[in-house]
Design a protein around this ligand. Structure first.
Ligand code: GLA
Length: 519
């Protein structure tokens, strides 16, 4: 029986072999025919090396069917589906779109195939010079978006007991962006510990985006070359009597395109605790490619729980640009502070628009849970000293976190004096934790007050016009009925404000800030 099978099998095997070969041939033919007809089909990658040993990859996963191109584009924190296309290998345009909260983001690339390389150009704005990219073929599946992870049911995260007054410190982003490294953080800590800032209350030294490397085989987050030993850095900062902060995103990528905490929340919280981290800024960024805005509370709650479970007290800073009225739920997910707007710039229009736009949010600030109108730009050079005093005064009235964003190693004495004005800081750090409000407004002048402990009030007179302006206040209008006593918090002197009304002249974009009480 065996030998019969053997005899029959040989020709059969030969036939099968021939069949496989000819099918194989046809397959090969079919693929190359399709590649030459639709050669854009495939996964394409542009790799841009960063100086820190990481690289930024942009993926174009394309499917060409004649003159139609579909597929996706994944770039830094964004993931676009191709919605429109024109042309073919010699010259094409693709337009990708993604839903981001309530708005739709779009991206457009012009491209052509040169040999087996895809040459692409794109512009941020139609008037910009085009950026050129060269994409190579990448293995199928590389750079694919990770699958969606289901979210936990909502519950109230226990208050961590931190940030009883608005956090004070420094953050690397505004001045250093992607250039922050270990040596910079150490020297900033040195400066903060020795220039009077620490005595004035500044304590957190916060590393923002671009410290991240990839993950090891067990999924542990790694630092990149700029931060050789995060634990040693934390020890160093702690040795100065200061605290160390770090940054991540609930998405697969951070805003600068680095590794986020998606699917690794508990593991990352434990790593931060093991390193000795005291503060986490958690930035929505790439999470927008996976979750909707309505899902933000559950997403943020996940890290809130993870930080509590890490066993180390870690201040939790939510950064999602004020979407979904974060002030209404930020505290419930464990947040100590939450950004209320998009990014600040070192310019009067940006700072004043953000700062003066916070009035409605006052009821949501309380001890341990603060509205965050973004980090300070004081000393970064884009505003005058008068404008920086307005910035500092406004953030004090708003009970906003005071995170300096300049180079603390090289600032002028005038800038240091603004950042360390103890009397203005006392307003910011008032233990009652009430956020101030606008009490009067003309076209360009505003008066804001903040109730302080012991029945006092901070009163700030702001001039949003570039020209000097006169303003007046009737004390009775802000509840001061007895004889008012006042101290000017920038002149550092008591001033005579007797009489029912007080008038003063403000410089363009300037401020006068008083602490007032009744005798
Ligand atoms: C976002 C944040 C900024 C900063 C950058 C870093 O834009 O709002 O404050 O953290 O990301 O990439």
């Amino acid at each position: 029986m065996n030998s019969k099978l053997y005899r029959i099998s040989i020709p059969m095997i030969l036939v099968m072999l021939l069949a496989v070969l000819s099918i194989g041939n046809r397959v090969v033919h079919f693929v190359s025919a399709q590649q030459s007809n639709d050669p854009l089909t495939g996964n394409w990658v542009v790799r841009n090396p960063n100086a820190d040993g990481t690289s930024r990859s942009t993926y174009f996963n394309l499917k060409q069917e004649g003159s139609k191109i579909t597929g996706s584009i994944r770039v830094t924190q964004f993931y676009y589906l191709i919605k429109e296309s024109i042309g073919g290998p010699e010259s094409f345009t693709i337009i990708g779109a993604m839903q981001d909260g309530k708005s739709e983001r779009k991206v457009q690339y012009e491209g052509k195939l040169l040999g087996d390389e895809l040459h692409l150009t794109t512009r941020r704005r139609p008037t910009d010079k085009p950026t050129e990219l060269f994409a190579r073929r990448a293995p199928a599946g590389e750079g694919a978006m990770p699958a969606r992870i289901a979210l936990p049911a909502l519950h109230k995260v226990k208050d961590n007991g931190l940030a009883r007054t608005p956090p004070m410190g420094w953050n690397s982003w505004n001045k250093f962006a992607g250039r922050v490294d270990d040596a910079t953080v150490r020297s900033i800590a040195d400066a903060m510990a020795s220039n009077g800032m620490k005595e004035a209350g500044y304590v957190y030294v916060n590393i923002d985006d671009t410290w991240e490397g990839g993950r090891d085989a067990q999924g542990n987050i790694q630092t990149n070359k700029k931060f050789p030993d995060m634990k040693a850095l934390a020890d160093y900062v702690h040795g100065k009597g200061l605290k160390l902060g770090i940054y991540s995103s609930p998405g697969p990528n951070t805003c600068a395109g680095y590794e986020g905490s998606y699917g690794h929340e508990e593991q990352d919280a434990k790593t931060y605790a093991a390193w000795g981290i005291d503060y986490l800024k958690y930035d929505w960024c790439g999470a927008r490619t996976i979750y909707t805005d309505e899902e933000m509370p559950a997403v943020y709650q996940k890290m809130g729980d993870a930080l509590l479970a890490s066993g180390r007290p870690i201040v939790y800073s939510l950064c999602q640009y004020g979407r979904l009225d974060v002030w209404k739920w930020g505290a419930d997910v464990g947040g100590n502070l939450w950004r209320t707007t998009g990014d600040i710039r070192d310019a009067w229009d940006s700072m004043s628009k953000i700062g003066f736009g916070q009035n409605e949010l006052a009821p949501w600030a309380k001890s341990g849970h603060w509205n965050d109108p973004d980090m300070l730009e004081i000393g970064n050079g884009g505003m005058s000293e008068t404008e920086y005093k307005t910035h500092m005064s406004l953030w004090a009235i708003l009970a906003a976190p005071l995170l300096a964003g300049n180079d603390l190693r090289s600032m002028t004495p005038e800038i240091l004096a603004i950042l360390t004005n103890r009397e203005v800081i006392d307003v910011n750090q008032d233990k009652d934790g009430k956020q101030g409000k606008q009490v009067w407004k003309s076209v360009d002048q505003e008066i804001w007050t903040r109730p302080l402990s012991g029945g006092k009030q901070a009163v700030a007179f702001f001039n949003r016009s570039a020209e000097p302006a006169k303003v007046s206040i009737r004390w009775a209008d802000i509840g001061i009925t007895g004889k008012p006593r006042a101290r000017d918090l920038w002149l550092h002197q008591d001033i005579d404000v007797s009489g029912p009304e007080y008038s003063l002249t403000l410089p363009g974009h300037g401020v006068v800030m008083l602490r007032v009480s009744s005798k």
